[in-house]
Design a binder for this molecule. Structure first.
Ligand code: CUK
Ligand code: CUA
Length: 685
């Protein structure tokens, strides 16, 4: 151990260690770990510094004690959302969203299949997503803990996850654009979930030659109307605004002073279209010619009114305010933003919009008050190529702060400080946006993309933690092959100096954004009422109670009404004929917390998760004769292994129980395959 370090350690750390030592005095007989010397020995043995021990004391969360916060993180290419406790930085759950998730039985036969199918596009049964920005639902600009929304950049989709049970309830497909990025951002009362396009393309996903980029290709801001009572996006009440074919990027909704507005940045206002094989410059350099791109300022309340007044056109069933209308009616204004902008974050008071620049050294703060004045006075600096009024950059900004190379995203605390991720420099820069002063920088490891802060996107951030979401993790973790995990670094921001506390590897995808909510805002259910279909939120019409189990045959359709409870399925034998269609309805009768059963069928790609009370419906065809065991996949009880049964699929034309079916000469007892409750030819409900 480095003695020098011990001597020069910060006083807070020393105090904490002293407490740790004091608390570690031996209580019992002969010295196991306990005396202060032993803690020091342990530190020596594990090569831990005082700073390490202090960080551990600030983050270690004993079993049985809840974390103060939950981070809901994008799962990146995994297409999922990660639920992480903070400050312990322990992974709690990977929520199946756009990608099938077998443990949750999401996409393996049950109702989750229908949710995933909502996200299919034509013949493309998409099995993944590129999730970028989770956003929690808000009430009066504060996280309310009810829902979280995420976008799929690769396929322009938005999903709705209900935080009462951490299950995905809806996926909507944007029929107008092929990719999105500025999403999913909510307005302060979750009136809308905003999704803006990334790579321009003809609206409605039609074809147009790339040479017609400027005439035919467009960007878009989609305003998905959220119906909170139903907990679903109301697609019929949603609408959009056509945007110029600049590559729109990040977005944020105004709040308090700027409520009613949305802000999104863009790059490639050069409208570069590549063509490297044809001898043209790549998009990368073509898009980096201009010193300024455009911050888009959208008056969504005004737009909402225009749509209500019928001043929109309809494309692929969506009401769209045309670019011309948006320009002429004061819906859309553009302001220059430097250089290769990224990140667009509204301050908690709603007064400023902070924009980073990937090739810039500044964070730029736009003043909403100034912007509003220019707009109201129609003091335009000109128009862009599409006739959209532009505002003067200098007259719109409050100022710029030099913070380092490659500032991206910004989050906030409760003291007027901003924390900006600085990508190229691999640092977090803390600066005060009231007096526009850089205060401090802390290195992170490495190549930080987004940054998140506790309750950070609300009108009242907590100001105790930020998390650096780093793209690279060289030398931070044990090697796991050439594909390295991402690195979440929890940073304490409560004191005068930022302190790096702990690294958490993320081994499932590249998370872009995350949000951090106070754990006590989450009102999570522990069990479902018996028979609940979690995808409709209603008791399922086929819910089966104890004693109601039965198998109902109608022609080649077999309806199985099944229950699951420790440690059996009733019925436990399903006897069908090759080619029959089976509608399996299964209800968990459990009402005890954490008593989950699984139900899997051999060789049919069926795997359900039956949390207490949950009901699932599965339809499948018994296409091949054979004997298929089904069993419970959760180790639910001492007799879990016995929680099993058989699906018996007789060869076509073989009567039930026939010995011939088994190819045997001896007679079999008759009627052996049908459970007692089975009724003959009852029609399907
Ligand atoms: S983006 Cu990934 S680091 Cu999609 Cu929000 Cu900036
Ligand atoms: Cu039920 Cu194992």
């Amino acid at each position: 151990m480095n003695k020098q370090h011990l001597l020069t350690g910060v006083s807070l750390a020393t105090a904490v260690i002293a407490v740790a030592f004091a608390c570690a005095k031996p209580k019992g007989p002969a010295g196991q770990l306990g005396a202060s010397a032993s803690v020091k020995e342990l530190m020596d043995k594990r090569k831990l510094t005082e700073a390490d021990v202090e960080a551990a004391l600030r983050t270690y969360t004993p079993g049985g004690r809840a974390d103060e916060y939950m981070i809901l993180a994008s799962g990146g290419q995994a297409g999922q959302i990660l639920a992480i406790g903070a400050p312990s930085m322990r992974l709690l759950k990977v929520i199946g969203v756009f990608t099938p998730e077998p443990w949750q039985g999401y996409g393996y036969g049950g109702g989750g299949n229908e949710i995933l199918a909502q996200g299919h596009q034509g013949d493309q049964k998409l099995g993944w997503a590129d999730v970028h920005h989770p956003n929690l639902s808000e009430t009066k600009g504060d996280y309310d803990g009810q829902f979280i929304f995420v976008n799929d950049k690769a396929n322009a989709r938005v999903a709705v996850v209900d935080l009462s049970d951490f299950a995905t309830k809806q996926i909507v497909v944007n029929p107008l654009v092929s990719s999105d990025h500025g999403g999913a951002f909510v307005t302060p009362n979750t009136e809308y979930v905003i999704e803006t396009s990334q790579y321009p393309a003809p609206l409605g996903r039609d074809y147009a030659p790339i040479e017609q980029y400027k005439e035919k290709y467009r960007g878009l801001a989609m305003f998905w109307k959220f119906d909170r009572a139903k907990g679903r996006i109301d697609q019929a009440a949603s609408w959009a605004i056509e945007l110029p074919p600049y590559t729109q990027d990040l977005a944020d909704a105004g709040k308090l002073d700027s409520d009613g507005f949305a802000f999104l940045n863009s790059f490639n206002t050069e409208m570069a279209i590549g063509g490297t094989l044809e001898g043209k410059p790549p998009i990368e350099s073509g898009a980096s010619q201009n010193d300024m791109d455009y911050l888009h300022v959208i008056d969504w309340r005004k737009a909402e009114k225009l749509v209500a007044d019928g001043k929109s056109t309809t494309i692929k069933g969506v009401k769209v305010i045309s670019l011309e209308t948006a320009a002429n009616e004061g819906i859309l204004h553009l302001i220059g933003e430097p250089k290769s902008p990224h990140g667009c974050d509204v301050t908690p008071d709603g007064k400023e919009i902070i924009v980073g620049g990937k090739l810039d050294t500044h964070a730029t703060s736009y003043s909403f008050e100034k912007i509003k004045k220019l707009i109201d006075g129609k003091q335009y600096s000109g128009k862009d190529a599409y006739g959209v009024p532009t505002l003067d950059f200098q007259q719109s900004i409050k100022g710029q702060v030099e913070i380092g190379l490659g500032p991206l995203h910004t989050v906030f605390d409760n003291k007027g400080n901003a924390y900006t991720s600085v990508f190229i420099e691999s640092a977090v820069a803390k600066w005060n946006y009231k007096d526009m002063k850089l205060l401090e920088k802390i290195p992170v490891h490495y190549n930080i993309g987004h940054i998140l802060s506790a309750e950070g996107d609300t009108v009242s951030p907590d100001g105790n933690y930020v998390v650096a979401m780093n793209k690279m993790s060289i030398d931070r973790f044990s090697p796991v092959g050439p594909l390295y995990p991402q690195d979440f670094q929890l940073i304490d921001i409560e004191g005068p100096k930022m302190r790096l506390l702990v690294d958490m590897p993320i081994g499932i995808g590249e998370p872009h954004y995350s949000q951090m909510i106070k754990m006590d805002k989450l009102k999570t259910r522990k069990v479902y009422p018996v028979g609940e279909n979690i995808y409709t939120g209603q008791k399922d019409p086929s819910a089966t109670l104890a004693g109601q189990e039965k198998i109902v045959r109608s022609g080649t359709t077999v309806d199985v009404y099944m229950t699951a409870i420790r440690s059996h399925f009733t019925p436990d034998r399903i006897d069908v004929e090759e080619g029959d269609t089976i509608n399996l309805h299964v209800t968990s009768l459990e009402q005890s917390e954490d008593q989950t059963h699984g139900l899997s069928f051999n060789l049919h790609n069926i795997d359900l998760s039956l949390e207490p009370g949950k009901h699932e419906n599965v339809t499948f065809v018994a296409s091949k004769a054979g004997v298929y065991p089904f069993y419970c996949t959760e180790f639910c009880s001492a007799l879990h292994l016995e929680m099993a049964g058989y699906l018996l699929v007789r060869p076509k034309g073989t009567p039930p129980g026939s010995a011939a079916a088994a190819g045997s000469a001896s007679a079999a007892p008759s009627g052996s395959a049908a459970p007692p409750a089975a009724s003959g030819a009852a029609p399907k409900k």
